[in-house]
Design a protein around this ligand. Structure first.
Ligand code: ADP
Ligand code: MG
Length: 352
């Protein structure tokens, strides 16, 4: 069993006035699952991961792995594997020797060690590079060696700290899918740290959004994107319009919100009951607004960004900034700055 539980974990660094890197964090990683910590630089992701690894001692709170309190257990007695952005491979050793290094500390019989290393090199499609120096491998292959070295010890918990940040965009996507496939296959309880929201959503079943040492939302990728708990989460998860509106009518199933003189939504989505006359903020994703000659909403174009697959318009909607994407621009042409566009909003995915 290797369920991970952080209970009320706080980390203050001595000498840094008023700075609390992690503040009363509560987090559970169920056995065999992968959870992503997502947030901007400096929000406490690495510190959280390092406390689970044993490189940092919490100022307060407890951490358990498989029910065992490891809060003060040294790194080498926790059976945790780590993969970093920098790979941290030994340049003077071959790929095989790098991977062997991971298991050597376990003092296994020689035959078993050879078996394990051979099988993991195979799993990672590295057998043909076993005798090469890591310097003669691509970034993606080096990262696979680092992963092989981390999992060859059969750790209880696997930790990833921005493991794909050094790879170019295309390779990053491929490695992301590979990492996930291997994690699922091996079934190792994992904590994955990234500042990249699309990576977080793609690799995991659960995204934990952090800000200033605190968890803002702990939810499925779908929910952090479409039902953000705070304005910060809404904006961090992707482009979002946060439009001010006023509740006009409420009944059992719907809420009617007006955000501009011509724009009103009928909605059934919000995390609580709403009152008539109440001021609210609505999250409207750019992909849910479209150019529509029959639309009632008028917005003035302020900026046009051509992106190939779509045109992005930054517009002014009666004093509120409104961004949207037009994937159908080839039909009606690209609008110009200063032009007024008629738009409509798909109200179903709007979140109050
Ligand atoms: P992230 O990984 O999300 O970018 P970190 O966990 O590295 O954030 O850092 C969180 C906060 O703790 C930052 O304000 C950082 O400056 C501070 N911090 C991290 N490590 C140390 C340290 N060893 N000494 C002092 N402050 C630190
Ligand atoms: Mg970090």
């Amino acid at each position: 069993m290797s369920k991970v539980v952080f209970s009320n974990i706080t980390k203050r660094f001595p000498g840094v006035a008023g700075a609390t890197a992690v503040d009363r964090l509560n987090l559970t990683i169920e056995e065999g699952t992968l959870v992503t910590l997502l947030g901007p630089s400096g929000c406490g992701k690495t510190t959280t991961l390092r406390m689970l690894a044993g490189f940092e001692t919490p100022s307060d709170g407890t951490i358990t792995i498989g029910g065992r309190d490891v809060t003060n257990v040294p790194v080498n007695a926790r059976n945790v594997g780590m993969v970093f952005q920098s790979y941290a491979l030994f340049p003077h050793m071959s790929v095989r020797e790098n991977v062997e290094y991971g298991v050597r500390l376990l003092n296994l019989p020689k035959a078993e060690m050879k078996d394990r290393v051979g099988s993991i090199l195979d799993t990672m499609a590295l057998t043909q590079y076993a005798d090469r120096s890591p310097a003669r491998l691509s970034g993606g292959q080096q990262q696979r060696v680092a992963l092989a070295r981390a999992v060859v010890t059969q750790p209880k918990v696997l930790l990833f700290d921005e493991p794909l940040s050094n790879l170019d965009a295309q390779l990053r996507e491929r490695m992301r899918d590979e990492l996930r496939a291997i994690q699922l296959r091996l079934g190792i309880t994992s904590l994955y740290v990234t500042h990249d929201q699309s990576e977080a959503m793609a690799i995991t079943d659960r995204v934990v959004v952090m800000r200033g040492g605190v968890i803002e939302q702990d939810d499925s990728p779908l929910n952090v994107y479409s039902r953000p708990g705070t304005g910060f989460v809404a904006e961090f998860m992707g482009k979002a319009n946060i439009l001010n509106g006023k509740v006009e009518a409420v009944d059992d199933t719907t809420v009617r919100v007006r955000i501009a003189s011509t724009v009103a939504f009928m909605l059934a989505r919000g995390d609580r009951a709403f009152k008539v006359g109440e001021a609210v903020r609505c999250v409207v994703r750019p992909e849910h607004i479209r150019v529509d000659p029959a639309g009632t909403m008028e917005a003035k174009v302020r900026r046009v960004v051509f992106q190939g697959a779509y045109v992005e318009y930054l517009t002014d909607l009666e004093g509120q900034e409104c961004v949207f994407l037009d994937t159908d621009y080839y039909k009606s042409g690209v609008a110009e700055v200063g032009q007024t566009l008629k738009l409509s909003i798909d109200s179903r995915p709007v979140w109050i």
